[in-house]
Design a protein around this ligand. Structure first.
Ligand SMILES: Nc1ncnc2c1ncn2[C@@H]1O[C@H](COP(=O)(O)OP(=O)(O)OP(=O)(O)O)[C@@H](O)[C@H]1O
Ligand SMILES: [Mg+2]
Length: 285
């Protein structure tokens, strides 16, 4: 059953993890307030920029429960999840199959609604927005890249990449698009249909499509999962460029250690919540 805790949880201000059940926590006192941390990595980040982490995260998930009800079986997938995503951060989510990573991305990207809990964007509660407002916010704020490229087979590469503009009032960031069209070395493939493209080329088109609305946040679910390591490396290079040069916020679910190594923060999931894990819930460098 759902548990709702009436007492204030103890939240790691950096990753957002609920620390209420732990005793041996690292602490920092800032502006006369004692803050608790899941481990030395989050503590270290906080100490470098306490004002940042006392502000509002770009996205905050607070006590999120997600129960899938098939009529006969109820599956609790997210069980009181707390998570912070900071503007401009490259955050990687790792965790075992079934731990709720994709479900969480769907919550963050407003593709699904939580059973209970709150979702904040820049401090504003967006949990209860109606479907139209959600759709508008989604198309303005998020770009999505999935393991399956999900390109439309009868459209050309270029038409696929530009598709979001058909559904949105958002304007393309022409300069950035030109840069990425060049960067992805796909100029001579833009008239091809997806079936005439390699997996890596299809994924680059999917990335272009995700970027066409110039979203603040790029969400990726195993974006290199179907690619060999060299092709995956090209996708990673683009992600790094997006993060470093274009200052995008990236939230990427991946098993790919090469990606995790480049992240500002690695969050590990287990059983529908963040877990404290000295080796992975940290930067892997
Ligand atoms: N629509 C649904 N109805 C019922 N159960 C669901 C639904 N979507 C997901 N689940 C269940 O929720 C659990 C978490 O799924 P989720 O896809 O979030 O896991 P994941 O961490 O992304 O796993 P993987 O690494 O395999 O992609 C799984 O046990 C899955 O079966
Ligand atoms: Mg998944």
């Amino acid at each position: 059953m759902m548990k709702h805790n009436d007492t204030q949880p103890i939240i790691d201000p950096v990753c957002g993890m609920d620390l209420s059940e732990f005793k041996d926590l690292k602490t920092v006192t800032h502006a006369k307030t004692k803050r608790f941390f899941c481990g030395s990595f989050c503590k270290g980040r906080y100490e470098k920029a306490p004002e940042r982490y006392e502000g509002e995260p770009l996205m905050k998930l607070s006590n999120i429960w997600k129960v899938f009800d098939t009529g006969t079986i109820k599956t609790e997938v997210l069980k009181g999840l707390h998570l912070h995503v900071w503007e401009g951060d490259f955050t990687v989510i790792v965790g075992p199959s079934g731990s709720g990573k994709s479900t969480t991305l769907n919550m963050v990207g407003l593709l699904d609604r939580p059973s209970s809990g709150k979702i904040y964007l820049k401090g504003k509660d967006i949990t209860e927005l109606d479907d139209d407002r959600r759709a508008e916010l989604r198309s303005r704020t998020f770009g999505f890249v999935f393991q399956q490229y999900n390109l439309i087979p009868w459209l050309t590469a270029e038409e696929n990449a530009l598709l979001p503009l058909v559904f949105s009032t958002a304007k393309a960031n022409e300069k950035m698009l030109k840069h990425f069209f060049g960067e992805m070395v796909l100029k001579d493939r833009m008239e091809h249909r997806p079936s005439e493209l390699s997996g890596g080329e299809q994924q680059r088109i999917a990335l272009l499509r995700a970027l066409v609305n110039d979203p603040a946040i790029l969400l990726g679910d195993e974006p290199t999962g179907n690619l060999d390591s060299i092709t995956g490396g090209k996708i990673l290079d683009i992600l790094i460029d997006l993060h470093k040069v274009h200052k995008k916020t990236l939230l990427i679910v991946t098993h790919d250690l090469n990606i995790a190594k480049k992240a500002d923060q690695v969050i590990s999931f287990k059983d529908g919540r963040l877990v404290r894990n000295g080796t992975v819930h940290e930067k892997l460098r």
